[in-house]
Design a protein around this ligand. Structure first.
Ligand SMILES: *Cc1c(COP(=O)(O)O)cnc(C)c1O
Length: 410
């Protein structure tokens, strides 16, 4: 028998979403008349916008004709898409990112995991708590951690709490760390980081020779003009940060699959002997060796969001979800629940009433109001006592959910 990677045995069994499904299925079986509304999973519900569908169809037709058929494309992505991203997402915001620093992929989930390939195994790694579980689990798989304790924290990781006490702005580590995962607008809390706070992180990274892995999957939901969309809006960030972006939440591509990672040419790492090495060629090598590019029609579909019609349609779709978030946020506030997020993100993070545990509140919400959300404790120990609601649903279901919420307070 072949030896396995025993680091996988350290993973806490994929507990959160299977456990939610189990409890919902049990309740539904016992209460067949209940109409359950799901505000749990972070998946979009609106269909692709017309500009995207049109470009998608057109490029599928190109694949069907001998003279326009395309085989393998450039692993890094077609120039038309890399240029559109560089111009619209970066240069238009005053961030000097060039097309050859952009690597198109089939998802940010894979990119945030795969990035570990180009870093060594002895880095000190910091994550926020609560956290998008992919950052933690991929480090466990790579052998960068010890075992988990009963609260789910892994030995060897530095956890930086994000809670109401620090206004959901992670404070700088009290020791030197090498790799830092930040996600803003944040999943799960729906909160954002100010330009000043992000500047402090960039300065910390510079002073400590650290690299920031910045996940901006929800950047399109930012409504406050003072909030940075990209870490590269902060001076000097190109020397210390890699940024992950995805079309999943921006353009409803969760089932279509397209994302990109920015690895600036100014970013450096070091060897064991202290020699300084450019990171961008390492990622280019990794990407070209292990990945063969995103399909041509999908890249054309993604590029369509940068057309004038695409931009307008995307704005409408995001504003639809943000209105859902506002209805949830304001509806809950009205009945006296403490809420966070939901202004620059499609998630509302609520404090459970009467200090219920996240799972006790889950059960109460399901049994009394037939609503499903996500227990905050599933995102990390500091999420205990919090609960995530998602704005990805129809307007009618969101309105109905908000009305039903009063029932859990009785
Ligand atoms: C949804 C999401 C992504 C996007 O993942 P894809 O693989 O591109 O669909 C990335 N990061 C976070 C935090 C997310 O919630």
């Amino acid at each position: 028998m072949a030896r396995i990677n025993e680091n996988y045995l350290k993973l806490k069994a994929g507990y959160l979403f299977p456990e939610i499904s189990r409890r919902v299925a049990k309740f539904a079986a016992e209460n067949p008349q209940a109409s359950i509304i799901r505000l749990g999973i972070g998946d979009v519900t609106e269909p692709l916008i017309p500009a995207v569908v049109e470009a998608f169809h057109k490029s599928v037709d190109e694949m069907a004709r001998r003279d326009t058929f395309k085989g393998y494309g450039p692993e890094q992505g077609y120039d038309f898409l890399r240029n559109a991203i560089a111009q619209n997402d970066y240069q238009a915001r005053g961030a000097d990112v060039s097309a050859d620093e952009i690597f198109v992929s089939d998802g940010s989930k894979c990119d945030t995991g795969n990035i570990l390939d180009i870093f060594g195994d002895d880095n000190i790694i910091a994550v926020t708590d609560p956290v998008y579980p992919v950052y933690v689990d991929t480090n466990v798989m790579a052998g960068h951690t010890g075992a988990a304790d009963e609260s789910g924290r892994y030995g060897g990781l530095v956890y930086i709490p994000m809670n109401a006490a620090n206004n959901f702005t992670p404070s700088l580590p009290d020791r030197k760390v090498d790799l830092i995962y930040l996600c803003f607008p944040n999943n799960p809390t729906g909160t954002v980081i100010s330009k000043e706070a992000l500047t402090r992180w960039v300065e910390y990274a510079k002073a400590n020779d650290a690299t920031i892995l910045y996940d901006a999957a929800y950047e399109a939901y930012i409504t406050d003009p003072t909030v940075p969309h990209s870490i590269y809006e902060i001076p000097g960030a190109k020397e210390v940060a890699i940024e992950f972006r995805s079309f999943s939440k921006t353009a409803g591509f969760t089932g279509t699959r397209c994302a990109f990672t920015v690895v600036p040419k100014a970013l450096k790492g070091k060897t064991a002997s202290g020699e300084s090495i450019d990171i961008q060629p390492l990622w280019n090598r990794r990407h070209c060796t292990k990945f063969n590019g995103v399909s041509y029609p999908v890249q054309q579909a993604a590029a369509a969001i940068y057309s004038p019609a695409g931009k307008e349609q995307i704005r409408e779709m995001i504003s639809f979800y943000l209105t859902n978030a506002k209805l949830i946020r304001e509806g809950l506030q009205k009945v006296g629940i403490e809420v966070h997020g939901g202004v620059n993100a499609p998630y509302v993070w609520l404090k459970t009433p009467n200090n219920l545990s996240s799972w006790d509140f889950f059960d109460k919400l399901l049994s009394k109001a037939h609503l499903v959300g996500t227990p905050g404790s599933g995102f990390g120990a500091a999420g205990e006592g919090y609960f995530r609601l998602s704005a990805f649903n129809s307007r009618a279901k969101v309105q109905e959910a908000v009305e039903r919420f009063t029932k859990v307070l009785e």
